[in-house]
Design a protein around this ligand. Sequence first.
Ligand code: NAI
Ligand code: MG
Length: 497
Amino acid sequence: MLTQPDSLLKYIEDASGLRLPDGHFIDGGFRAPRAGRSMQSEDPGRGEAFADFARGDADDVADAVASSRRAFNAVWRRTPPAERGRILARTADLIRRNTERLAIAECLDSGKPIAEARGDVSGAARTFEYYAGACDKLEGHVFPLPSEYVGYSQFEPVGVTAHIIPWNFPISTAARGMAPALAAGCTVVAKPAEQTPFTALLLAELLVEAGLPAGVCNVVTGTGIEVGAPLVAHTGIDHVTFTGSVATGTSVMHACAENVTRSVMELGGKSPVVVLNDCDFDSTLSNVAGAIFEHAGQICSAGSRLVIEAGIHDRFVEALGKKASSISLGHGLRSPGMGPVNSALQRDKIIGFLDRARERGAEFVCGGHASTDPETGKGYFVEPTIVADRPADDELVQEEIFGPVLTVQKADDAEHALHLANCTRFGLVAGVFTGNFSRAHQLARDIDAGQVYINEYFAGGVEVPFGGNKQSGFGREKGLEGLKSYCKVKSIAARIG
Ligand code: NAI
Ligand code: MG
């Protein structure tokens, strides 16, 4: 049964009403790619291409970087901080006013359910609003030197910043990097993922509508090899913010090393959700399900390992299996319980993990197979999957699957749970569910992760810094901490006699 109004469902057949751009966004407007090539974006909900976009190359990257450099030197670094703030605040308003168009574009491009897409758009608006208020509060220090000296520091914008954006949270990740960069006085060249090019382009257009001068924010679309690689290797780039896989992040770090370019690396995760015997059963159950099945598990901070104390294990895992099995699959515009994964490649990668686990004798609590949209028989879906207790060295415990697959790890007690929580090479986030306040904070202290959620997974907002430890990366985004990546500290000391 259809639960959505026809006004939304019409986009499943024909997205032309969204007027999606087919050029790069360079120097304040849409521009055809130099080589005149294009490529197509798929709607993973039905496994079909639905729109063309520009397939850029190193020449387009050079144009964008030159444009950002001109705009940095001539305009943006000299724009008063309060004026930068007004432009970012107007951008937040414009994002909110364009919620439906942005959310539908995001839903078709990435596959995520429309409600999740609307949430991401609202989060992007909030990110611009937050950093709008920070532009004129970047205060330096005065240093306590002897009285014949004066010493102070000031923040300067780093310069031209590159942003490599993944396909799982296109508008959120674009906003998370662009807003603080622009707030600090930097200019931007963004490269969205080739699976999800559109919302970054639309965001750049809204920024200009809000008053952002031409060239301050440029967007070049295309593949990682043809656009991403020349962008991060460009000598005109002063900083790279990368979000994506560890493997690609490593190659980006090599490119940055060549030019001694600063970087923030937001890489993968294999985040534990620690559930102790004394947790609140029902709320923990829905949190654990949300942590892995939201956006079909394609979240760097997904809670993909359930580390659960023995006393509650059987009852909890059984209830979780029932809950997972009841999640409906469908095209994102039909408001399903869970949408598709992003591509056939991603689906096959996930199924590969599950087939290998089956061969090793793993037991499936539920799911375990590829699927399709029951309305159409099309699209790239994977059933919500839970795999029963696996040893710490199992591939399903150690590797980021990036799909709706939860691996259970049974713990003897809280101490053993801590040991299991820390057993991977990742350290992005962790969840802790317990009624024992001291125990919760002991675990928060001892788990090696950039952030720990207690009794609500994904708690927090743009105010709270976010980033990884170990192979999950380095540097922090969000919060005032996130602004520092885009600032250079200059110290000035003078003898005044
Ligand atoms: P990826 O890391 O290759 O892609 C992320 C971004 O990097 C895209 O915009 C891509 O075009 C760009 N890129 C690719 N090669 C590049 C290069 N040499 N230089 C500069 N930019 C480059 O991720 P991919 O292949 O799309 O997904 C593979 C796996 O990565 C997923 O299965 C998942 O495990 C992980 N991943 C993790 C994400 C996270 O948020 N932590 C996001 C996306 C993927
Ligand atoms: Mg797509």
